[in-house]
Design a protein around this ligand. Structure first.
Ligand code: ADP
Length: 541
């Protein structure tokens, strides 16, 4: 608007100047024409014999009050209808011209009247000599006056011009901006592709579409990232809390919320109610605490960043149990070793002191040998048990049918000792991917238990089935296992009847070894038993 206003105002002023000029020169030539007519009238009417002053006055009246001046040929004033000056006018432009060429025009501000005048002077000769000169003058407006007169009109024009410029500027901008506005609106509401029929806007529309697509891609990626984050955090079995204070939780996943009993928009109670945790939060030094939550052991690890703090809750039940069981294991081993060792040492001391009559020495020596065997059995069992974890030897196909048939014969003496009948139902060619020593360990343990916990004159049934899923079962008709002991018999050093210890019973490692081997191989080990009726152990390979 400002630019068009400036251009049009400059145009208007220039036009006014131009029109002033045109008007002025028009007015001058019109005045010249009029003066010529006046001069002709003057020429016809002038009586040179009459008094110059009077003649000039008469003719001035005749010519509507035009100023008439008469000069003698030397330029001195003979008569002037509007001035009394006696100044010589020979040097005046129109007079000088008339003296030279008979006629002369001039426009200037009259020095005698002070107004702008147009002068026309003519020399009147007689017999080749200038007799007198007559000059007729009419007032004319000056150029400046013409322009000044035009100024109010010019101002009106400029005001109208401002209005027109405003209107045009408004129309032009709205005309130009309407498609842009439409485009923006479309982009804001549609969310998809924007289009325009204006070729000038096409690059912008394309850019917007490209940007839109880019943003959509980024949004989709961000959404996917958030979804993934949520999924990861939600499915994490670890609890995680990112917080500024107990009242200002930034992020908490499901596990943490559940374990800490956290309710949305409420402070985390554990952070304020648990003294130890409150102290850690106050100190802002990385630290861990152990808590039993929902019956399991958890490690609560606090770390601190500039503004936020992070709590990671990890389930350490297994590792704690492992640590505990390691301690139990050591305690059990030392206990189990201590019993035979004390016995051996006691008897040996008695012999050394000569406190045993010679006829009993043989019996005592047998006890010492028995206890030593027990000790080495224990050590062997422990070695076997520990060896399973480090056993990385490759599997191969073991003929289980052959292994069972071969091995069972070695139990003949024990079976007949207890008068136990052996029933075999062995399928042919049953093969299992494993190692011979592992299967042997399992089989020996199950069969020796089946004999050890059997009744006098009972039965031991060994069944091996083939097919896609081979299975081995060892069933006895012995003491059976109480329901509450069924799970625990597989624990290390667990024996149902402690009176077995030190006697014919084992150390409670046999079934633990069987279970560990089955677990490692991925076999299913199950037990079915009824107190006083019998027990069946089954392995499905
Ligand atoms: P142990 O060396 O004491 O036999 P095991 O690990 O082999 O150790 O067995 C653990 C316990 O399970 C035994 O002490 C016994 O009480 C019980 N048990 C194992 N096998 C049988 C079975 N066939 N009949 C009854 N009880 C059994």
């Amino acid at each position: 608007m400002l630019v068009s206003l400036l251009v049009s105002v400059v145009g208007l002023v220039l036009l006014t100047v131009l029109f002033t000029e045109m008007y002025y020169s028009g007015a001058i030539s019109q005045a010249e024409g009029q003066l010529k007519i006046y001069m002709n009238v003057f020429e016809g009417e002038y009586d040179s014999s009459a008094a110059a002053e009077e003649e000039a006055a008469r003719l001035s009246e005749l010519l509507g009050g035009a100023r008439i001046t008469l000069f003698s040929p030397d330029g001195s004033v003979l008569a002037d209808t509007q001035s009394d000056t006696s100044e010589n006018h020979a040097a005046r432009e129109e007079v000088a011209e008339a003296l030279e060429s008979g006629e002369g025009f001039a426009v200037r501000s009259s020095s005698t009247l002070g107004t702008n005048m147009i002068y026309f002077c003519r020399a009147f000769p007689a017999e080749g000599e200038v007799q007198y000169l007559a000059r007729i003058a009419l007032p004319v407006s000056s150029e400046v006056a013409v322009f000044t007169d035009a100024i109010p009109t010019l101002i009106w024009f400029i005001l109208v011009d401002i209005l027109i410029c405003l209107l045009i500027a408004w129309l032009a901008t709205s005309f130009i901006l309407r498609p842009v506005e439409r485009l923006t609106k479309e982009a804001a509401t549609s969310g998809g592709e924007v289009s325009t029929e204006y070729s000038e806007l096409k690059p912008i529309a394309k850019m917007m579409n490209d940007m839109n697509a880019d943003i959509s891609d980024k949004m989709a990626k961000m959404k996917e990232d958030r979804r993934l984050e949520k999924l990861i955090l939600g499915s994490m079995e670890h609890g995680i809390v990112i917080f500024r204070s107990a009242e200002d939780v930034i992020l908490i996943n499901k596990t943490a919320a559940r374990l800490l009993d956290y309710e949305q928009n409420e402070p985390v109670r554990a952070f304020t109610e648990d003294r130890e945790i409150a102290d850690i939060l106050a100190a802002r030094e990385p630290a861990s605490v152990y808590r039993k939550l929902e019956g399991r052991d958890y490690n609560l690890r606090f770390t601190f960043k500039e503004q936020s703090s992070v709590l990671l809750i990890t389930d350490v039940t297994e590792s704690m149990a492992a640590a505990r069981s390691k301690n139990d294991f050591i305690a059990n081993v030392t206990h189990e070793m201590n019993t035979p060792l004390t016995s051996i040492r006691g008897f040996a001391e008695l012999i050394a002191e000569g406190g045993i009559p010679p006829e009993r020495i043989k019996g005592v020596a047998k006890t010492i040998i028995k206890q030593s065997d027990r000790l080495s059995n224990l050590i062997r069992s422990i070695i076997n048990f520990s060896a399973i974890d480090s056993d990385e030897l490759p599997d191969y196909e073991v003929d289980l049918t052959e292994l069972v048939r071969e091995t069972i014969s070695s139990f003949e003496p024990k079976l007949s000792q207890k008068n136990i009948a052996l029933k075999l139902d062995i399928a042919n060619g049953v093969k299992v991917m494993s190692r011979r020593e592992r299967l042997l360990e399992i089989f020996n343990n199950l069969v020796s238990n089946g004999i050890r916990y059997n009744k006098e004159g009972g039965t031991l049934t060994v069944t091996l089935t083939g097919g896609e899923h081979p299975a081995l079962s060892v069933a006895d008709t012995g003491v059976g296992i109480a329901e509450e002991d069924k799970e625990r018999i597989f624990d290390r050093f667990y024996t149902v009847d402690k009176s077995h210890n030190g006697g014919g019973g084992g150390f409670g490692l046999g079934l633990a070894i069987v279970k560990k081997l089955c677990k490692r191989a991925g076999w299913k080990l199950s037990v079915e038993s009824e107190l006083g009726v019998g027990t069946e152990f089954k392995i499905e390979f």
